[in-house]
Ligand binder design. Structure first.
Ligand SMILES: NC(=O)c1ccc[n+]([C@@H]2O[C@H](COP(=O)([O-])OP(=O)(O)OC[C@H]3O[C@@H](n4cnc5c(N)ncnc54)[C@H](O)[C@@H]3O)[C@@H](O)[C@H]2O)c1
Ligand SMILES: [Zn+2]
Length: 337
């Protein structure tokens, strides 16, 4: 078992990583929650695989109601938000009760938004079931839904009360979802943790230890910049090119981030910012984990990144790494591109 704590001014919370913790959920929840009922929100695929197990575990101490939404990004919508709220109100949820997000980033994001808005805020916890949710979306408090054709435009910062990670559920996750999580995991190593890169190179399977190391990176950036106004932007390493590739090719986000990191490294090497050995290290990790990657010439994509919505007044904050664990932000003017 591994634990770490996210220390924030108004809302600190613990993350527990333990194989098979799904069987003993009340043990962790009873520490802070003493009411009778809990409300589990999940998607249909996760429900088939784990809802019964989770309910049986929770029922040792609580009455459980559940809401099942369709899987997939389309569920991060106003319509599904409304459905969940109606069901919860139909169950007579009270303000001092507890909502549980059981699933990947989609379930986590919409549940956090529902929890933050219903009665102006009901406590919630995250039980992530994808690799991406384990080490990225379930911590940091970003919640929300897609709207008017844009991703994550309606939402809020709403931190969970607790995050419970059971790595054994990853065994049912399809390979492409593992690869997507690997993108963010490898990114955490390159921007923050030589140790994590070392662990990945020794081809440890994805276990409690690797998830812990990756979370330490996310913790560092979340604690230093809760509302994503400055340092947290370093987590965007690989994302500037990645977003363009994701949209253009329809790749899964994390896979596009892998391609984006390769491109950002080549760009950095050409600008004499990046140690030219890092790219070989990244390729070694990808080969070890059987992740096939394609080659895109960053020069052909430089003129496409300027349309990204986050660009401020003709400038891009581009994240490079000088070396493993040494990120730097360079402002690049549109004109230079
Ligand atoms: N809040 C944040 O900080 C943050 C960060 C990154 C991404 N996100 C959001 O996360 C979402 C993507 O999350 P995701 O990649 O977890 O996708 P997801 O939630 O869509 O899950 C991927 C698929 O895997 C299935 N699944 C989940 N757990 C499973 C398991 N254990 N076994 C088998 N199948 C399982 C799901 O049903 C789904 O079909 C996006 O909407 C993105 O915007 C949020
Ligand atoms: Zn990402």
């Amino acid at each position: 078992m591994k634990t770490l704590k996210i220390n924030l001014k108004d809302s600190s919370y613990e993350i527990v990583i333990k194989n098979n913790l799904l069987d003993e959920l009340p043990y962790y929840i009873e520490d802070f929650y003493h009411n009778k009922k809990v409300y589990v929100i999940t998607d249909d695929i996760v429900a088939d695989l784990y809802l019964e197990k989770v309910c049986n575990s929770l029922k040792k101490s609580y009455e459980v109601e559940s809401v099942i939404i369709p899987h997939g990004e389309e569920s991060k919508s106003l319509r599904v938000y409304e459905d969940i709220c109606k069901k919860l109100l139909g169950f007579n949820i009270r303000r001092n009760e507890l909502i549980i997000a059981l699933g990947g980033g989609v379930v986590g994001d919409i549940t956090g938004f529902v929890a933050g808005t219903i009665y102006r805020g009901v406590d919630f916890i995250q039980i992530p079931t994808t690799l991406l949710a384990d080490l990225d979306s379930s911590i940091g408090g970003k919640t929300g839904i897609d709207f008017a054709g844009m991703k994550n435009v309606l939402g809020m910062f709403n931190q969970p009360k607790l995050v419970l990670i059971d790595p054994t559920v990853l065994k049912t996750l399809p390979k492409e979802e593992i690869v997507s999580g690997m993108g963010e995991l490898i990114k955490h190593g390159f921007i923050h943790s030589p140790k994590l890169i070392g662990d990945l190179l020794s081809k440890a399977p994805i276990d409690e230890e690797i998830i812990y190391e990756s979370l330490c990176c996310k913790k560092y950036f979340v604690e230093n910049d809760v509302h994503d106004k400055s340092e947290r932007m370093i987590l965007n390493f690989g994302h500037t090119f990645g977003h363009v590739i994701e949209l253009e090719k329809g790749y899964k986000h994390g896979y596009a981030v892998i391609i984006g990191m390769l491109m950002a490294m080549e760009y950095g090497i050409d600008l004499d910012i990046t140690n030219n050995e890092v790219i070989g290290t990244l390729k070694r990790i990808l080969n070890l984990y059987g992740i096939k990657y394609e080659y895109y010439d960053y020069k052909e994509y430089l003129n496409k990144i300027k349309f990204d919505k986050k660009n401020l007044a003709g400038e891009i904050n581009f994240i490079f790494i000088e070396d493993i664990g040494k990120p730097v932000i360079h402002k690049i003017k549109e004109i230079e591109l």
